[in-house]
Design a protein. Structure first.
Length: 364
């Protein structure tokens, strides 16, 4: 039997992958499925192919195939293609275009004038990379679909039960998962997908230093409801911002979700305030006012979530004895959820070795 701790995107995807392969699975979640306390809630997350690292460009291609596999299995649309823009000196659109072309990923490098002709609701001041395969993932629907399919395939789903300890044993069951309501789940392997709660668990091996931050997101009403917005990532010397069409949690629709990527407030899973940072709100309002004239600069909805970040921004996806760690995802893991679920399932069943980039004991 394999236990999975945490039913966010990564844990839910892992439970689905294991159950569809015929394994006995117990999925343990401290809250209800789809709760708003962690990193996996919300109906709009970015899927993109544009990375400055060829390794991740390749992974996005694998992830795309896994998204379509999950959609087919769950009979649920989860990934909507919108196209994507990368702009600003910090994004280096010319270099990104070269990397995507080398990987045979469709893309166009446009001048500012050419870009504004196509997207007059956005202001550009330099070259722009457009890649048509980018889009929006519905995180809430993904968690729900994975858990529903896992349960339908025989997985046991335990909610409202917080894991307090995971003990490695020498007996037939290689690990025991203990919860705050007195459960003792004996498992051959345990996949820990606890996200921001990972630092609270005492594991028998060292992890990279982890930084938990509270991020804030803001939704802005489209001035023209007929305009189709792409996703966008903008980075200059002052700030790094992302934007994407809002989902059902975006207030009055149609709206666009806009947020800072790199200025979260340090916190923990237990002590986060849940209140959006007023300074971040004002910075984003200023960005919308100057760079996104197609949006009303007063937010119609706002929310917070958690990032759990490693020093090198790579994931942790490793196995030590019967324990597999499948988090954190450093603020960019949602787009890889079905793929990470498959990789974690492979590790839990001994099908593969951890990738060196994702080992817990890597340098840094």
């Amino acid at each position: 039997m394999i236990a999975v701790v945490g039913a966010g995107l990564m844990g839910a995807a892992t439970a689905w992958q294991l159950a569809r392969r015929g394994h006995e699975v117990t999925l343990v979640e401290a809250y209800d499925i789809g709760h708003r306390n962690g990193s996996s809630h919300g109906s709009s997350r970015i899927f993109r192919r544009a990375y400055a690292d060829p390794f991740y460009v390749g992974l996005t291609g694998q992830a795309y195939e896994r998204w379509r596999e999950l959609e087919e299995d769950a009979s649920t649309p989860l990934l909507r293609t919108t196209g994507g823009l990368d702009l600003g000196e910090g994004r280096d659109p010319e270099a990104l275009a070269g990397l995507l072309k080398a990987a045979a990923v469709p893309c166009e490098l446009l001048s500012a004038d050419a870009a504004v002709e196509r997207w007059p609701h956005i202001r550009f001041d330099g070259p722009v990379l457009y890649h048509p395969d980018a889009g929006v993932v519905d995180a809430d629907a993904t968690v729900a679909a994975c858990v529903r399919r896992a349960a339908g395939l025989g997985a046991e789903v335990v909610t409202g039960s917080r894991v307090t300890a995971i003990d490695v044993t020498d007996g037939p069951g290689k690990a025991v998962v203990r919860t705050d309501d007195g459960r003792e789940i004996v498992a051959d392997a345990v996949v820990v997908a606890a996200g921001a709660w990972l630092p609270d668990l005492q594991l028998p091996f060292a992890l990279p230093p982890l930084r938990v931050t509270q991020q804030q997101v803001f939704h802005f009403r489209q001035r023209d409801p007929e305009v189709a917005w792409p996703i966008l990532v903008s980075k200059d010397r002052a700030m790094q911002v992302f934007g994407l069409p809002s989902g059902s949690d975006g207030g009055p629709l149609p709206a666009v979700k806009v947020a800072e990527h790199d200025r979260g407030t340090p916190t923990t899973a237990r002590t986060r305030s849940g209140a959006p940072d007023p300074a971040s709100r004002e910075r984003i309002r200023g960005f919308v006012r100057t760079r996104l004239p197609g949006l009303d600069p007063d937010p119609v909805a706002e929310a917070t979530c958690l990032y759990t970040t490693t020093p090198d921004d790579d994931f942790v996806l490793d196995r030590h004895g019967p324990l597999v760690v499948a988090s954190p995802c450093s603020g960019h893991g949602a787009k890889f959820a079905p793929l990470i679920g498959a990789m974690a399932a492979d590790l839990a069943t001994g099908r593969t070795e951890p990738h060196p980039r994702f080992r817990a004991h890597r340098a840094g």
